[in-house]
Write a protein that binds this ligand. Sequence first.
Ligand code: A2P
Length: 308
Amino acid sequence: MLLVRIRNNGNKIPAVGLGTWQSGEENDTVYRAVKTAIADGYRHIDTAMMYGNEAEVGRGIRDGLKESNLKREDIFVTTKLATIHARPSLVPRAFQDSLDKLDIGYIDLYMMHWPVAMNPATGQLVPLRPDGTRDIDEELKGKFEDTWAAMEKLLDTGKVKNIGVANFSVPNLERLLKTAKVVPAVNQVELHPYLPQTKLLEYCASKGIHNSAYSPLGSTQSTLFQDKTLAEIAKAHGKSIAQILISWGVTRTSVLPKSVNPERIAANIDTVNLTEDEIQRINDISKSTTQRFVRPNWGIPVFDEDFE
Ligand code: A2P
């Protein structure tokens, strides 16, 4: 598996990883998906407290490594701080809980899942004022800069190798970088030809922040599979549209396709080299079609276009 260097800390991250959002826990589904992925050559597994599957993912990783004769260091594992734990005081405990559930010794990448803090007791969003700030008491408890500072301290424990963020827009990254002592290693965002995130990628590159793409296939409501340009390029290579999406994705970021289906798990790491012309044709798709498939219904601005 090809490794990509994270420029601001020199560590490496695999180019393709297995996403596990909405993979379920029933009947060992995600456990088996993780084991299959490891046997097929995946070296990055991405989970989150909010997916509710860390224990099963961890069991899949431990058994998958054993069955493939691999060591812990051979695999890169990401998990994420839930919005209900996005408070400085809650960070150490939330991290330890994730680590205990995964039971894999250490975490390769721990991310702030959203630039958003929910009330820990109610699971509801802390309301924003019209100017975008939060109620002052809640702000002090839930400001993402302070949450980030608590995440920075986790690095001293040696139990996490990289810290990062997810779903951060350029304005939110700019805000974070004003106070951050450690620049996020990674910003994980939705990314595919209908949402190529070009400006965000340019900004992150200028800060040495690596980007990972979630929902590279457009998640469960995808219309990418009906796209004519993608279908043409897929036909030319004798590959599926999913394989073309992932092959294009790795030209921009590391990519985290989710599947629980053994054939699709295997197919999704079988990427092809696209020509410059094909890459350009896929880059151009967003000139006529744009779509964000994953949009939490929280009623607050999270993404860039909401700021414009
Ligand atoms: P399944 O898990 O049954 O394979 P994303 O990675 O963008 O979140 O997309 C995940 C969705 O795409 C899931 O519904 C997944 O279903 C489906 N999927 C994953 N790999 C493929 C593939 N190679 N071809 C078609 N659909 C796929």
